[in-house]
Design a protein around this ligand. Structure first.
Ligand SMILES: [Zn+2]
Length: 204
């Protein structure tokens, strides 16, 4: 006793488990927590927490935090958790660099048509332009199938009819250069305070 309070000792230092951790053999070999199966009823103290040896459904065996398993915070090993998270984001499952470029551009279609916070929304979604593909993945698959290109480097995916939607048949591949020239032209015709875009004055 110190100052009338019971002396608290760290269980790992005292060589015995803290009474509040006493479990009365409630952990049994073969007990299941999600994908975890308890392999040993022996309680291990690691970093002042209780662990037991357990096996994940994938076969990985490791010391698992008992309290996390009991409260549902730990249901599987880290590799399985990562695999599950990636499966949920399957529309971002990318196989090649070319595929990634297509995916990024297609994702931008959805953003500028559907997300009012996108900086280009007023020129797309705000004008009633829709992205009529069911998902980013479906749109990317359509582009890869119908507008094949080995790398998609320095290429943009452009709408054929500027007032049309992003939909099958209204998308084409153009060089980035042509697309930028196109944009600059349209910007100078609509901007009220249009000045020379480049430093040099018009020659013709
Ligand atoms: Zn696992």
């Amino acid at each position: 006793m110190i100052n009338g309070k019971p002396l608290r000792t760290r269980p790992d230092m005292a060589g015995a488990l803290n009474p509040r951790w006493a479990r009365d053999g409630r952990i049994a070999i073969g007990q299941q927590f999600g994908s975890w199966t308890v392999l040993s009823a022996e309680l291990l103290v690691r970093n002042a927490a209780l662990y037991v040896m357990a096996r994940c459904a994938c076969g990985l065996e490791r010391e698992a935090n008992l309290r996390f398993m009991e409260t549902g915070r730990s249901v599987q090993c880290k590799a399985c958790a990562t695999r599950q998270r990636h499966a949920k984001q399957a529309h971002f499952a990318v196989t090649t660099a070319a595929h990634r470029r297509v995916q990024k551009r297609v994702n931008a279609w959805f953003q500028r048509c559907n997300n009012p916070k996108d900086r280009s929304y007023k020129n797309y979604g705000g004008r009633g332009i829709e992205c009529r593909f069911a998902s980013v993945r479906e749109a990317a698959d359509w582009v890869l199938a119908h507008l094949p290109h080995p790398t998609y480097l320095a290429l943009d995916l452009d709408r054929i009819n500027n007032d049309g939607h992003y939909e099958p048949g209204n998308v084409r591949l153009v060089t980035r250069k042509a697309n930028l020239a196109n944009r600059r032209l349209s910007a100078s015709t609509t901007c009220k305070t249009a000045g020379p875009v480049t430093g040099s004055p018009p020659t013709g």
